[in-house]
Ligand binder design. Sequence first.
Ligand code: SF4
Length: 327
Amino acid sequence: MKIIPIFFPNAGCSHRCVFCNEWMATMKSFPKSVTNEIHRAYEFYHGDSNSELALYGGTFTALENWKDILEEAHTCVEELGMKGIRLSTRPDEIKDVNFLRANGVLHVEIGAQSMCQDVLDASKRGHTPEDVRRAVEMLKSSGIKVSVHLMTALPKDTKCRSIYSSFEIAKLSPDGVRIHPTLILKKTELEEWYLKGRYVPQSLKEALDWVSDMVAIFLNDRILVERIGMYQDEKTLANVVKGPFHPAFGELVRAALYRKFLVSTKAQKVFAPPRLRSQIVGRNRDLEIEFLPSDRILIEGKNGEVGFDEWLLRYVQSLKEMARCDL
Ligand code: SF4
C-alpha cells in the first residue's frame, strides 16, 4: 500500500506544541486548491488503486472547514480510483467518526506522544492520556484503523515514562504505532530552551536504547511498528538543530534490540531469515556471532537454544517492572 501525502502545516492547531514547527518540518504551505494538490501528489508519487491519500501536517479535524475539505478530498480519491484516505490529528479532536467513515477515511493517525500527563503538559500538548484512550476506542469501534504516534525524550520524559507509555498504548491494541525520538527543530520553543540550556537532547545511544525497548513491547503484542524515526527528506533535515538523528535510525533500533537478545542469551550462533542478516549480525559485527539461515529467529549458546519470541516475552516482562516507576 502506497501513501500519497498532502500537507496542511499546523492547520487547525489552537496552539503550538513546544517541539513542533510543522511548516518547517514539512517545508510545505497550506494548499491553495485541495483538488489540484491531490492531483499533483498523485502524479508525483505515482498513485494507483492501492494508494491511500494522507492528509497530514496539523490537526485536520479541528480545521473550521474540515468537513468541506474531506468531502472534496473524497471526491478526488473516488475519481482517481484510490483505496481511501488516512489523516493525522490530535486525540482530543476526534468527534464525528461517522462523517469520517462516510467520506472514505480508512485510517487515522493519532498524535499521543506520551501517556504521562507531566510530559504532555511540559510539551504544551493540551490533551490528556484519557483523550488518547477515548479517541482510539471511538475509531476502532467505528471500524476505522488507528495508528498512534509516540515520541521519546520530550521535556520531563524518562525512560521509564516512555516504557510506561508504550505499555499503555499496547493495551489499546492499535493497528500500528510510529515512534520517534525528539529532534530539536528550528524556530520552535524547544530550540529556545535548548539554546538557554533548559532542554538537553538525547544522545543517539540513549535513543536507540529507549526506542528498541519500546519496539520490543509492540513486537511482543504483535502490533505493527509502522515507522521508527522522523520522516526525513533533505529539506526537513536542514531544519534539525540537534538531537539523535541518524539516516538509518529504524535499522539501528532493530539492530539494538537484536543485540540485547544476542548478548543476554550469550549467543554463539544465530539462525534467522537471511533478510535480517544486516540487522542481526551486520550491525553487531563486533559480537562475532555466526549467522545461519533459518525461517525463525533463534540462537544457540552455552545454555542451549533460545527462540527470539520466547526471549522477547521474558524481556518484556522485565520491562513491566521498569514501568512501575514513579510517574
Ligand atoms: S498538535 Fe501536532 S501539528 Fe499541531 S502543533 Fe502540536 S504537534 Fe504540531
